[in-house]
Ligand binder design. Sequence first.
Ligand SMILES: *Cc1c(COP(=O)(O)O)cnc(C)c1O
Length: 376
Amino acid sequence: MKVPFMDVKSEHQPLRADLLKAWEEILDGAEFVGGARVERFERSFAEFCEVGHAIGVGNGTDALLLALEALGIRAGDEVILPANSFVATAEAVMHAGATPVFADIDPKTYTVDVNQIEAHVTSRTRALLPVHLYGQPADMTPILEIAARHGLRVIEDCAQAHGARYHGRRVGSIGDVACFSFYPAKNLGACGDGGAVVTNDSATAEKVRKLRDHGGLRKYAHDVVGYNSRLDAMQAAALDLKLKHLERRNAMRRQHASEYDRLLAGVDAIIRPFEPKGINGAYHLYVIRVENGNRGDLQKFLSEHDVQTGIHYPTPIHRTPAFSRFKAQHCPVTEKYSSEILSLPIHPELTGEQVEYVSLLIGKYVEAVTSELMAR
Ligand SMILES: *Cc1c(COP(=O)(O)O)cnc(C)c1O
């Protein structure tokens, strides 16, 4: 049985006719960048996130950059973020001219360790940038408390968590501002690049609107030095169609996750994801941990049996060449886990049989390793 890590092709099959119809209308209307389609999607996405404003932008990295700039983060400022994230989180901080300060992750949830944030706060700290990693919301209540205590802004990186809830609240509606990516592989993906900034604050929303389109709200009104980071109509139309299926598709991911949980429960050598009470994660990824240096071996074994897996992420951001100037920032949990984590397929197109097959293979592998150890 073949088990692909993702199946973006099949995802679009049932939407094909509707997508082509929408795209044909756009082609005929020639309103390609911004316009009514984009505004319609912005309204639906704001409503979905339970916030006042959503602003479509070019991609998730730009969403972060524009949000940071809209909050006034600039050169000399420090922003605290987790060392375990996609590199874009830190890139945006750098592009805003600010300095990333890497905090370690919680050993159980893999999101930023709220007990370590305050140790990193200095007189230069301006913002906290928690990431709802793998679709699981970071622990926002203590994060908001720390921010209030030190007068910091909070930016949520929601690129992997569209639709997740934290104690009933949608991610994206909790901090000062939040950023989404619509890269095709995300829980809500475009047919190309796309992103959004969401916020309840109308002043921040207006700043982002200006920044995304050359610094103004109207043609040739350049109030600030902005960017070209707009969402296009083709993507907005696709996103609007796909948004209607997001809740159902997230529920399918959760269903697969609970199947994995059940089937892997007896496999002691495998550490399953931990979802604290009150959290309703979006399961962008299902990440297990394999201790004792066996991750590579297990990945190879699964690959030999046609099961594709991933690693998110193989190198902590501060250990990548691009961020080598921060390599002295020690994050021991992130560093240890980067060689132990393995992402299993969890996309909605998976079948129950495939989840069972993957789990069975993992059980088999662990059994083989254990008996080999005992025979020694
Ligand atoms: C994907 C992702 C981004 C960047 O989004 P792009 O649309 O690829 O620019 C940022 N942060 C996290 C956590 C991501 O997973």
